[in-house]
Write a protein that binds this ligand. Structure first.
Ligand SMILES: [Zn+2]
Length: 428
């Protein structure tokens, strides 16, 4: 494993441990989708950074491009994926190619897909036929940024990288790809995954704010399908085989230990080169799908997975399930980690998020932050709206427990757990 990746992973693990238990989650319009709760053997696969018309590496000699190979294999198994596509990285110059085997392999200041100097061989703009084929064959799309530029600064691994660093620039980049896909295919994208998972745009705004304005959910993943990390082998042939084997053996082991392991999980894969400019996924995907199918899994798109259950902690066995699923389409009912926490006490801030209109709250919040440069808790704008509209008592503390709900707005509320309030809420 390259030292920098090792170090990056270590730093991430330390940061994660330090944050565990302290990280505060808020009820949000944007939910981070990692996995969902379901009793069915069903999982989703996501493929980042494509489409890619260049052949697999090593070339399989079939004359097909990388994305075509993935689509052919998925078709054979009746599997649906979610392709987390980019638009065009050809505007990311001047730049210098980075060292192969490092995170900067595709470019020092920017990423280039499928490769440095080969930008027109990838991206939706120049490879729209591949995007159209994805949709024709039942796959979903997610917005991975038109130019795949990180939203905000990312010191350390991507310290040399240019970032967008401003919500207007993030939105312009997101919209460029969103509109291109809509115009060419008629498909309205509903999910996004930030390049390299960098969430912070600037000191006060994050990808969640951008996605709220885009009407997106945050498509994360719960399981790393591997293949992006180069094997330590110096012999090219051995290295390729080791990378393919690694992608298959982890799935086999997990299924052997617990056949239900992948239920509701979102698996991360690549539609492109790994850091060593190889594409083990082109050779490992078939065996991965064979193992999952044999274990009784359906591999579906994230959109299909969300139809089965949109939430991480509540599944179809909950009596309120149909109502919650419907509410979540246009109301903030779940936390940003995609849990509903139905047993928790409802707070005024959470009630305000349920009652206030999304457009007003989202715009007001972002405008206020941009104007004042101050941080604003996620509930502030919703509370202000609801207090002004007389929906909740003036001066309510956002983390204070709800003690009453507006007259005539609800069916009788039997208690003030989140479950009771959501159950009694009549959708407006
Ligand atoms: Zn990416």
């Amino acid at each position: 494993m390259p030292a920098i990746v090792k170090l990056g992973k270590k730093a991430k693990a330390i940061a994660k441990t330090a944050l565990a238990g302290k990280e505060k989650h808020y009820v949000s319009y944007v939910r981070r989708l990692e996995r969902v709760k379901t009793d069915e053997r069903v999982c989703a696969m996501t493929f980042d950074d494509g489409p890619m018309a260049d052949p697999a590496a090593p070339d399989d000699g079939s004359g097909r491009g990388m994305t075509e190979i993935l689509l052919d294999v998925m078709k054979k198994y009746g599997a649906h994926g979610t392709f987390d596509v980019v638009g065009f990285t050809g505007d990311n110059y001047p730049d210098e190619a980075g060292k192969v085997g490092t995170p900067l392999w595709g470019g020092t200041r920017f990423d280039h897909y499928p490769d440095f100097g080969r930008d027109t061989c990838g991206g939706a703009l120049h490879q729209m036929e591949l995007v159209k084929r994805m949709l024709r064959e039942g796959h979903s799309l997610s917005n991975h940024g038109y130019r795949h530029i990180i939203f905000g600064k990312k010191p350390f691994v991507y310290g040399k990288r240019s970032s967008l660093g401003d919500i207007d620039k993030v939105l312009a980049d997101q919209k460029a790809l969103h509109d291109l896909i809509l115009k060419e295919t008629g498909c309205t994208v509903t999910m996004g995954r930030p390049p390299h998972y960098v969430d912070r745009i600037d000191k006060n705004l994050t990808s969640y704010d951008a996605y709220a304005l885009m009407d997106y959910q945050y498509m994360a993943a719960s399981y790393d399908g591997g293949g992006w990390l180069p094997s330590g082998e110096s012999d090219e042939k051995k290295a390729t085989q080791a990378e393919i084997d690694a992608m298959i053996s982890v799935i086999r082991k997990k299924l052997d230990a617990d056949p239900d392991f992948f239920r509701g999980q979102i698996i991360f894969q690549k539609d492109g080169y790994n850091m060593a400019k190889r594409t083990p996924v082109a050779y490992a995907l078939e065996e991965q799908l064979r193992l999952l199918t044999e274990a009784g899994y359906r591999v579906v798109s994230v959109e299909e997975l969300l139809e089965i259950s949109p939430f991480a902690d509540v599944g179809s066995d909950c009596p309120l399930f149909a109502k919650l699923k419907d509410l979540a389409k246009d109301h903030a009912v779940a936390y940003d980690d995609n849990t509903l926490r139905l047993d928790a006490v409802m707070t005024w801030g959470e009630l305000a998020m349920l009652l206030a209109p999304k457009d007003v709250v989202t715009k007001e919040r972002i405008e206020t932050i941009c104007r004042t440069g101050k941080q604003l808790t996620p509930y502030r704008a919703a509370l202000a709206y609801c207090e002004k509209a007389g929906l909740i008592p003036a001066g309510s503390r956002e983390d204070g427990a709800v003690t009453a709900v507006p007259d005539g707005f609800f069916d009788p509320v039997s208690g003030f757990r989140r479950y009771d309030v959501l159950a009694a809420y009549r959708k407006q």
